[in-house]
Ligand binder design. Structure first.
Ligand SMILES: NC(=O)C1=CN([C@@H]2O[C@H](COP(=O)(O)OP(=O)(O)OC[C@H]3O[C@@H](n4cnc5c(N)ncnc54)[C@H](OP(=O)(O)O)[C@@H]3O)[C@@H](O)[C@H]2O)C=CC1
Ligand SMILES: CC(=O)C(=O)O
Ligand SMILES: [Mg+2]
Length: 751
């Protein structure tokens, strides 16, 4: 099992911070001037209104309809939790909406309808049809969901898709295609038992039968047991269609000798005895959420030849509709589809199955912390696979065009595939990589400022998120009181509190410090005071002695002051090759800015050092470095004494023969904008720069803080590079999340 423990507190905090819920709305047009107002609203808005009234197709050009999907529920079958009502279902629906955005760049809003009456439900949805490019129905119980979906499909001219039925069926089919390939069985021959005759169950069995599963080989069960021909209790027309000619009456009897078990029912419905009675090389998809019918551990305890999948992300083989609905709708929206038909669903299932059989890119392996190769523990792509967005929607769109549901077919399908690649935020995969490396490293991080509640919360999160061990420097009674005040009293026993009074290494630390500082004006009582009372020095001493792998500090004091203290223990001055590198993430881009900490006014040799350190950090983050030396001039114009050192720095790197791309001097737009780069065809940069070496510390500070304040960029760092242990220096305004990010970055870059 992948170690991603989630506590009740984590789940509630995630839904409360930074603002209640999981999404908000942003404008895509400027709304600052009188002219903007006149265009966006009256009188300008009248023009597209009249155009659309005359030709409804134009709604796809002048409104957000074409990329907007409603996730609609009445909360009658929320995951496997039962009828929680419309409001109770809202967290799941908000979640589906953000999954649409995150995985396929589809804008989505959740709508919870407070009715269990299919007529009322259908009326409400039908009336809002003009707003959306598609309707994703979610967590509506059977059999009402069948009536609702069927009626809305007939009445609406946009795709209406009940995710729990068809999304689940598509992923289940994709997984089963591959599981049967591995177990060497054919879908036409296998005996299938499906538990749960609701929305998901009926749709799964229907799709599998349309793909070749034999009616006589399939048995469906519900809370009353086997659905056999002639049964009357708890029946409806959809169950009747799958009633089997069989003498078996219970799930246990049905599973005896079967090849495939599919569970879309409830937690714990399957026992180990049932598993033992299945045929050799059996397949079990226990898809109930949040808890499966049987856990992989329970299966593996009694059988080692079974291929197991669940609906959860913390086990291998996640058979969950998150792999389907974002991409099915992406493909459907991009052809302005009238519907999502069976051919589009089957195309999606086949494309997913095919993708799992292909070589997996390193970045996916990195994000999951393990090598993924087609086999028992990898029968279906993982949700964070970046290929999904450009592989699955084209397959769906093609099938839609071939079957006549496209209002606007795609002419250049290759161009379409390329455009899909640019939809996703590349910083997400970088952050995932950093997290995965940190988790794999399991490093110990010392948090120097254990008297600050933000630091304590970040330390608790670091440990609880499974990154490794967090040590906090502080007084035990103070840390306990502060954790308790933060509502984290239970974390007191989890965190290791370190200080001069409880370490056995104090003499060793003091000797080390005395040796370094005796000729720098510090006597032994200074040394004692520093080692015992200054938490920055104490934490640095722990790091220097290998009692931690990385350090986070700076949340309570100015970084220049903290750096001075660290310098008592480490050679982290400008002449020691130390450099501060800050990562700035915004709008899908990541750039490293250096030197943000150590060199006040670097000369060309220092600038070359800074470039080398920046390139090193870039590689540790999984980026291939492209370094730009920034100035207000580009390649010698305008001539200025101040720009001269930036002009010369590339020559220094030429002489050093480094193994990364660099160029300069140049203005920041030339460094970051490929269009602006076209004016300099001789430039050695093959793309936008990702390491920006700035002329001085003041320009570094100004650019980072400007990005943070004006653009809302995420800033991680500075990380102190060039010394052999990672030290992260936060800013005094850092949030808990910023501090956690810094700890994770320190951990991922530590050796
Ligand atoms: N992994 C995935 O992607 C997905 C998983 N699911 C999961 O599937 C489950 C069902 O969802 P959905 O189809 O939407 O819900 P529905 O309410 O439409 O259907 C539930 C069905 O399960 C049956 N059932 C419930 N408990 C048991 C049990 N202990 N033994 C046998 N049958 C039982 C019910 O039987 P009866 O008819 O007798 O009441 C009913 O037929 C949920 O756990 C859900 O989380 C759903 C969609 C996607
Ligand atoms: C995954 C999903 O949609 C469900 O469990 O209901
Ligand atoms: Mg669902």
């Amino acid at each position: 099992m992948v170690d991603t423990k989630v506590t009740r507190e984590d789940a509630l905090a995630f839904h409360m911070d930074p603002t209640p819920g999981k999404w908000e709305i942003q404008a895509t047009v400027p709304m600052t001037t009188q002219r903007d107002l006149s265009l966006a609203y009256s009188p300008g808005v009248a023009v597209p209104c009249e155009a659309i009234a005359a030709n409804p197709e134009l709604a796809y050009d002048y409104t957000n309809k074409g990329n907007l999907v409603a996730v609609i529920s009445n909360g009658t079958a929320v995951l496997g939790l039962g009828n929680l009502g419309a409001l109770g279902s809202k967290p799941v629906m908000e979640g589906k909406a953000v999954l649409f955005k995150r995985f396929a760049d589809v804008n989505s809003i959740d709508i919870e309808l407070d009715t269990e009456d299919p007529d009322e439900f259908c009326n409400a949805v039908r009336l809002m049809g003009p707003t959306f490019g598609g309707i994703n129905l979610e967590d509506i119980k059977a059999p009402e969901c069948f009536i609702i979906e069927q009626r809305l499909k007939e009445e609406m001219d946009i795709p209406v898709f009940h995710d729990d039925q068809h999304g689940t069926a598509v992923i289940c089919a994709a997984g089963l295609i591959n599981a049967l390939k591995i177990s060497g069985k054919k879908i036409e021959d296998v005996k299938i038992v499906l538990n749960g005759a609701g929305a998901a169950g009926i749709a799964c069995l229907e799709l599998l039968k349309s793909m070749g599963a034999a009616h006589n080989n399939c048995i469906m069960c519900d809370t009353k047991g086997v659905i056999y021909q002639g049964r009357t209790e708890g029946m409806n027309q959809w169950k009747s269609a799958h009633a089997a000619a069989t003498d078996t009456r219970t799930l246990a009897q049905a599973m005896n000798g079967c090849d495939v078990f599919l569970g879309v029912s409830a937690k714990g419905a399957v026992t180990q005895d049932m598993v033992q009675s299945m045929a050799p090389n059996a397949v079990i998809f226990a898809m109930a959420n949040p808890d499966p019918e049987i856990t992989p551990e329970e299966v593996h305890a009694v059988r080692d030849d079974v291929i197991v999948a669940t609906g959860r992300s913390d086990y291998p083989n996640q058979v969950n509709n998150v792999l389907g609905f974002p991409y099915l709708f992406r493909g459907a929206l991009d052809i302005h589809a009238r519907a999502i038909n069976d051919e589009m669903k089957i195309a999606c299932a086949n494309a997913l199955a095919q993708l799992a059989r292909e070589d997996v890119p390193d970045e996916v392996a990195l994000a999951y912390g393990r090598k993924l190769t087609f086999g028992r523990d990898y029968i279906i792509p993982t949700p964070f696979d970046p290929r999904l967005i450009h592989v699955i929607p084209p397959a769906v769109a093609r099938a839609g065009m071939d079957t006549g549901v496209a209002r606007r077919p795609i002419v250049d399908i290759e161009g379409y595939e390329e455009s899909l690649k640019t939809r996703m935020d590349p910083t997400a995969s970088i952050l995932r990589g950093i997290n995965a490396r940190a988790r794999a490293n399991q490093h110990t991080i010392v948090f120097a400022e254990g008297d600050d509640p933000r630091i304590l919360r970040a330390a608790v999160l670091y440990q609880r998120s499974g990154f490794g061990v967090a040590l906090v420097v502080g007084r035990e009674d103070d840390v306990k009181a502060k954790l308790t005040a933060e509502g984290l009293g239970d974390a007191v026993s989890e965190l290791t509190i370190v200080n001069a009074a409880n370490t056995e290494h104090l003499d060793e630390y003091k000797d080390f410090l005395y040796n370094r500082l005796q000729r720098k004006g510090h006597d032994s009582s200074d040394i004692h005071r520093m080692a015992t009372r200054d938490r920055h020095v104490f934490a640095s001493l722990m790091l220097a002695h290998g009692h931690a792998d990385g350090m986070v500090t700076g949340a309570t004091r100015k970084s220049a002051h903290v750096l001075e203290l660290i310098n008592h223990v480490f050679d982290a001055g400008p002449h020691d090759g130390a450099v501060g590198v800050t990562a700035v993430l915004n709008k899908g881009k990541i750039v490293l800015i250096a030197d943000t900490l150590v060199h006040e006014w670097p000369d060309e040799n220092d600038l070359a050092d800074i470039a080398e350190r920046g390139a090193y950090v870039a590689r540790r983050l999984g980026l291939e470095p492209r370094v730009a030396f920034l100035s207000f001039s580009t390649f010698g114009y305008p001539v200025s004494e101040r720009a001269e050192k930036m002009h010369k720095a590339p020559d220094v790197l030429d002489a050093r023969g480094v193994d990364f791309e660099y160029e300069g001097e140049m203005t920041v737009d030339v460094a970051l904008n490929t269009k602006a780069q076209e004016a300099y065809p001789f430039s050695r940069l093959t793309g936008p720069a990702n390491v920006l070496v700035v002329p001085a510390r003041h320009s570094a500070s100004i650019s980072v803080k400007l990005m943070q304040e004006m653009a809302g960029a995420t800033v991680i760092g500075p990380i102190l590079a060039g010394i052999d242990k990672p030290i992260q220096i936060c800013s005094t305004g850092s949030t808990v999340n910023d501090i956690l990010n810094m700890a994770v970055l320190a951990s991922s870059t530590a050796r």
